[in-house]
Ligand binder design. Structure first.
Ligand code: UD1
Ligand code: CA
Length: 425
């Protein structure tokens, strides 16, 4: 599609009280900015992230994780309108649509942005601003309408009259612009307001003055534009996101025994008839098959692919691993950087020792089909356990094990008859 996006992420985020830039704070191991970039990535052909505060860190994050995204420095940060103008040199010859979003609204959905753009096109708008209704509109810019209900302007809380403050329709901070018609505005904004900033919101009045078609798209679900300004907001956004994710899975035929104590990242797929038991925490990107049983108290840390009929029981941590069908990891285990075949049984307390703390190298553990690992085994990676092999309880495996063999590292059991009785005498 001929749409580009500009994502504003240069602001300070003072209220987070953090050494980490606000947009790099995470929910389920993904940054706030990452959620916003993911919401546009299937809609846009090119994206600009405006960076300023902690610019280098944000730049590094973007370059490492996203293609088709350019970072543009805004220094000093003179307001949201000024922020957008930083991208103007890159869009001189562009005449298509530009979506503008803020980097601190991680709940926005791709589907909503698509509807927003469709609305913009269907109504031949030049400028469309997304709005929503809040019972408590504090801190947001208010949408001010004319007597005939058309859009008049947006007034920031700090510039608003008492009457304007009572308005419950607010600016979501998301805009769709016909760039060719609006780009001139960014060299004409002024900073004549309470905060002495160049407000992006002033493009509404500019558009009207220049006879453009200016509209608002009212978003029904106001949760989606919930912005993060504090740690309290961050926790609340995590709750909202979690509830949406759990509901989606339950609608799709997954049993969530206790939604109040279950945490699942939005990038986790789960097959039908799987059961997720209480106090389970699943972050990052994962794929869980059908008829699996996960938890209680399981921890999946991302990069986990689980096939059908797999059991991951209590106090089991799994990271970056593939587990094939009909395999059990029942209790108290750590499985990291591993591949487990089908019909494998992992005894309680098994650890894949994937990390060499001296060399800082992580290595893989390969466990083929039908292997049985005895309780309390340590598999020191890199290591391969070939098909059907068994390890006895307490075995420390430091070399590859051939198929269908038994391996033990155990000093012989010694029994001292009546030893205790004699001591007590
Ligand atoms: C802004 C809107 C407000 C809207 C609200 C929605 C303006 C003037 N106000 O207010 O109408 O209701 O968002 O959440 O636009 N930023 C920069 N450079 C700057 C200033 C800000 O990149 O110089 C970025 C921030 O990092 C942030 C976004 O722009 O991601 C919004 O800035 P913020 O200061 O949070 O604006 P609000 O006061 O929330
Ligand atoms: Ca904000």
């Amino acid at each position: 599609m001929d749409i580009k996006s500009i994502i504003l992420a240069a602001g300070k985020g003072t209220r987070m009280k953090s050494q980490t830039p606000k947009v790099l704070h995470e929910i389920y191991g993904k940054t706030l900015l990452g959620y916003v970039l993911d919401s546009v990535k299937n809609i846009t052909c090119e994206n600009f992230v405006i960076v300023g505060h902690h610019a280098e860190e944000v730049e590094q994050y973007v370059n490492k994780n996203y293609e088709n995204v350019k970072t543009v420095l805004q220094s000093p940060q003179l307001g949201t309108g000024h922020a957008v103008s930083m991208a103007c040199p890159y869009l001189n010859n562009y005449e298509g649509l530009v979506l503008i979003l803020c980097g601190d609204t991680p709940l926005i959905q791709e589907e909503t942005l698509r509807k927003f753009v469709d609305f913009h096109k269907a109504n031949n708008c030049d400028i469309t601003v997304m709005s929503t209704i809040f019972d408590n509109p504090a801190n947001y810019g208010r949408i001010i309408r004319e007597a005939d209900n058309t859009l008049k302007c947006i007034v920031e809380e700090k510039d608003a009259t008492t009457e304007q403050k009572a308005v419950k329709e607010v600016n979501a901070g998301i805009y769709c612009l016909n760039w060719g018609k609006i780009k001139l505005a960014f060299s004409q904004l002024t900073s004549n307001n309470a905060q002495g900033e160049y407000y992006l919101t002033d493009i509404i009045e500019w558009g009207k003055k220049n006879s453009l078609n200016v509209n608002a798209y009212i978003l029904e679900n106001n949760e989606e534009i919930f912005g993060i300004n504090s740690r309290m907001n961050l926790a609340e956004a995590t709750k909202i996101m979690t509830r949406q994710v759990l509901t989606k899975h339950m609608v799709n035929g997954v049993t969530i025994v206790d939604p109040d104590s279950t945490w699942i990242s939005p990038d986790t797929e789960i097959g039908q008839d799987s059961i997720i038991y209480p106090s389970t925490y699943i972050e990052g990107k994962n794929k869980i098959g059908k008829n699996c049983k996960i938890g209680p108290c399981a921890h999946l840390r991302g990069g986990v692919e689980v096939c059908d009929n797999v059991k991951i029981g209590n106090f089991v941590e799994v990271k970056k691993s593939i587990i094939k069908s009909d395999t059990n990891v029942g209790h108290l285990s750590y499985i990291g950087d591993s591949e487990l075949g089908s019909n494998v049984n992992i005894g309680a307390g098994t650890i894949t020792a994937n990390y060499n703390a001296i060399t800082k190298v992580k290595s893989k553990t390969l466990i083929k089909d039908n292997v049985k690992i005895g309780s309390n085994s340590v598999l020191v990676a890199p290591v391969t356990i070939e098909e059907g092999a068994n390890t006895g309880a307490g075995t420390i495996v430091t070399e590859n094990i051939p198929a269908w063999s038994l391996v033990l590292t155990r000093s012989p059991l010694k029994i001292f008859t009546d030893w205790v009785k004699n001591k007590l005498k």
